[in-house]
Design a protein around this ligand. Structure first.
Ligand SMILES: [Zn+2]
Length: 256
């Protein structure tokens, strides 16, 4: 056993996915696909293991003080804020609900980042120590991007990745970037939540659709028209569509 990934102290068992989420969304038996957050040649998201329930999914890399203190406080806040978007039936006033996240964007960013740290520790895709220390100090580090989208396909998925779609020589290539980057992609029911950290690169989308940007600069892209039909910018048919359309423009030094 190592020490707490946040404060460096002793450790205890912590649910990677909060008990309120498992309870409120009735996820006890729901099996999550877990993967690399990367499409394979068949256009599906890669899985690294058999789908498994998150109720038995713990990390021992967190101490009791962190777990019962700031982490539990953060869970309480996140629960209140996100519940309306975690229903079986997607709410019709989703734009209003997303808009209301604006005032709590920092809380959501910390909460998802915390989850990226604990899930990453479990999956051996570790979040850098400096970032873990920052969250512990109540700071969201520069370079963290958080976004959310609606997936028409109901499902459960959780993945940490260091693989990115990058513009290079006027085409998009898929590349692995060492230990200084990570992305958590997490779907619960119809809501997809993502945390990106890819310093030196700028995220962009290849189609008129854009997820809701939660952090750092909150924004919802305007509706777009496709075949005469007005659509929400953050509505996706599948998780694959969202991930496939996400790409990054990088400064040269990152790719060297
Ligand atoms: Zn701790």
């Amino acid at each position: 056993m190592g020490s707490c990934i946040f404060c460096g102290g002793g450790n205890s068992k912590e649910h990677i996915v909060a008990e309120w989420l498992i309870r409120d969304c009735d996820l006890y038996k729901t099996k999550f696909r877990m993967g690399f957050s990367q499409e394979n040649a068949r256009g599906e998201m890669d899985s690294i293991s058999q789908p498994q329930p998150l109720s038995g999914f713990y990390t021992i890399d967190v101490c009791g003080t962190c777990n019962n203190g700031w982490m539990s406080e953060l869970e309480g806040k996140a629960k209140k804020i996100l519940c309306p978007l975690l229903q079986i039936t997607w709410p019709t006033n989703d734009k209003e609900l997303f808009q209301s996240l604006f005032l709590n964007s920092g809380v959501i960013a910390r909460w998802l980042l915390k989850t990226a740290c604990t899930f990453g520790a479990k999956m051996s895709v570790e979040v850098m120590e400096q970032i873990r220390r920052d969250i512990y100090a109540d700071v969201v580090p520069v370079g963290i991007i958080v976004d959310m989208a609606y997936d028409d396909e109901f499902g459960h998925y959780m993945a940490m990745s260091r693989q990115w779609n990058v513009w290079k020589d006027e085409k998009i290539i898929s590349m692995q970037v060492g230990k200084q980057s990570f992305r958590l992609t997490w779907q619960v029911r119809h809501l997809v939540m993502r945390v990106h950290y890819f310093p030196g690169c700028e995220m962009t989308m290849t189609k008129p659709r854009f997820p809701v940007r939660i952090y750092p600069k909150f924004g919802i892209s305007p509706d777009y028209v496709e075949n005469g039909i007005t659509k929400r910018s953050y509505h996706y048919k599948t998780l694959e569509q969202l991930e496939h359309e996400t790409c990054y423009a990088c400064h040269d030094f990152v790719l060297k």
